[in-house]
Design a protein around this ligand. Structure first.
Ligand code: MG
Ligand code: MG
Length: 261
């Protein structure tokens, strides 16, 4: 069942999303060769609690960590390890929060030092596909329009669109209806209505879109071992238009990036 949110609920979701945004911004400064994912996880938990919130993933479905840290061929749901990050890695950091009973859930794929230009391109196109999906999240459109926009852009670059994992509604539960596939047909699926709040999260691969889960029950890797990228925003439909509740501004500020360049 889809739960549409009131304006005050959307504000609570924005506050929770911004806890995650600030946490990703803090982490952006720490991500470099030699850093251990477990240390990033500890820093993130402390920083979320300092903001008066709680980690959103830890303990949910048995998740042992605050962050899901997915390196290179890991698409999503990588558990933080003590294996240091290396020059050239790309690492998706997915972070959740709960504040006043509402969830934030968003993600960014970071570059560790100098990254192969072909992999950089994968990250760039995945982020573009996220924003194209968000653009399609508007009144008059249907759910399939979001997935179609993402898929069209990713596949036009020869990339794969992961099928098994999808975006989702978000609210007082981390995963609410509807599921938001990153593929789809235009004009198909449920009508998009004001008050709908979605976590839109393309997971795009450099080779095949096929993935496998490792025996830890969490880690999702590409079957061909090629890299993947993952970007996620929390977005509300307000007055017919998408309103992004989370932000990458803290990350851009930390990295000294101008996103419009
Ligand atoms: Mg997430
Ligand atoms: Mg999510």
């Amino acid at each position: 069942m889809i739960k549409l949110k009131s304006a005050s609920e959307i504000e609570k979701l924005r506050e929770a999303a911004l806890v995650v945004s600030r946490t990703l911004g803090m982490l952006a400064k720490e991500i470099k060769p030699g850093v251990k994912p477990v240390d990033l996880d500890r820093m993130a938990e402390d920083y979320i609690r300092q903001q008066g919130a709680e980690p959103g993933f830890k303990g949910l479905y048995g998740c042992p960590s605050t962050l899901l840290i997915s390196k290179n061929e890991t698409v999503v749901h990588g558990l933080p390890t003590d294996i240091p990050l290396q020059e050239g890695d790309v690492v998706s950091i997915d972070c959740g929060s709960i504040l006043n009973g509402y969830y934030g859930d968003h993600a960014y794929t970071f570059e560790v030092g100098e990254v192969d230009p072909a992999v950089k391109k994968l990250l760039e196109v995945t982020k573009e596909s996220l924003y194209l999906g968000i653009e399609a999240f508007r009144a008059g459109n249907r759910l399939g329009d979001i997935g179609f926009a993402i898929q069209k852009h990713a596949e036009s670059h020869g990339y794969g669109v992961v099928r098994e994992l999808v975006g989702h509604g978000i609210g007082t539960k981390l995963h609410e209806d509807p599921q938001v596939p990153n593929y789809g047909k235009p004009g198909k699926g449920k009508m998009l209505k004001n008050g709908l709040v979605l976590a839109i999260e393309p997971m795009i691969t450099m080779g095949t879109y096929r993935v496998k889960q490792l025996s830890d029950g969490w880690t999702i890797n590409t079957v061909d071992g090629k890299p993947a990228a993952h970007f996620e925003h929390d977005v509300a439909l307000v007055d017919g238009e998408p309103q992004i509740l989370s932000t990458y501004d803290y990350i851009y500020e930390a990295l000294g990036i101008n996103p419009d360049d």
